[in-house]
Design a binder for this molecule. Structure first.
Ligand code: PEP
Length: 255
């Protein structure tokens, strides 16, 4: 059976004391619940300077796990100001978000760069949370499936079967990110089912059945249960609501 996930993307928010307070609250509220085999895998993705402190507070049980939001595609070298995948792994990260629409848009990350980053992440032992999703214009032009199909083909499906097994996919419609507009559970389900079909075509039915596909875009404690109840929705990538301990914990308990 495929793994359920709730990943929190803190983006460029929180200072060290704020991050420590939020993490302690989350850990305290969840007690031992995450140790149950039925619990979703929780991943917390703070900004770089907060990784070690958050990692220290979540401990080494494996759930929650630590994730990062970005890294440089090269292994190491003269890239002032950049952070490598190996560094992230060495401070306890197990996951990294890749292809987030904010990085595609503000930092011009394209499919070619993402393909390189995927290889670097996997070589360093990080599991990518690979994001895809359409703009409002694309949806309104009825091109959502073609657009997402291309993002998957050009960005992701070059991986070998063995590499692909490590990937978690997040469907994040751009028009729903940080806007308070959530995709309906039906809209989410139809895109998730489409993504699974594409995986079956590129790899095989087993890979399609085993891949966790998360929904992201204004998911919150009120709508999580319905979204997570869809057959092809295996959890969420949560932005704004992951910054509030009670909301984040409620989302985790929505399964
Ligand atoms: C995100 O940016 O990954 C995200 C899903 O944000 P939000 O939940 O705030 O829409």
């Amino acid at each position: 059976m495929r793994q359920k996930f709730v990943a929190g993307n803190w983006k460029m928010n929180l200072t060290l004391p704020e991050a420590q307070a939020l993490t302690s609250e989350i850990v305290h509220m969840l007690h031992d619940e995450l140790l149950s085999p039925a619990a979703p895998q929780v991943v917390i993705c703070p900004p770089f300077p907060l990784l070690s402190a958050v990692g220290h507070l979540i401990g080494d049980s494996g759930n929650p796990a630590l994730g990062a939001q970005n890294f440089h595609q090269k292994e190491s070298g003269a890239y002032t100001g950049e952070v490598s995948a190996k560094m992230l792994h060495s401070v306890g990260c197990q996951y990294v978000i890749l292809g987030h629409s904010e990085r595609r848009q503000h930092f011009r990350e394209d499919d070619e760069l993402l393909s390189q980053k995927l290889k670097t992440a996997l070589a360093a032992g990080l599991r990518p949370i690979f994001c895809v999703g359409e703009s409002l214009e694309t949806r309104e032009a009825d091109e959502t499936f073609a657009f997402i199909g291309k993002q998957l083909k050009d960005g992701l499906f070059h991986l070998s079967n063995e590499e692909f097994e490590k990937v978690v996919i997040a469907y994040e419609p751009i028009w729903a990110i940080g806007t308070g507009k959530t995709a309906s559970s039906q809209q989410a389900q139809e895109v998730h089912a489409f993504i699974r079909e594409q995986i079956a075509g590129a790899y095989d039915a087993q890979a399609a059945a085993n891949t966790s596909i998360l929904y992201g875009g204004s998911a919150n404690a009120q709508n999580a249960r319905e979204l997570f109840g869809q057959p092809d929705v295996d959890g969420g990538l949560i932005g704004g609501a992951s910054l509030k301990s009670r909301d984040f914990v409620e989302i985790i308990k929505s399964f």
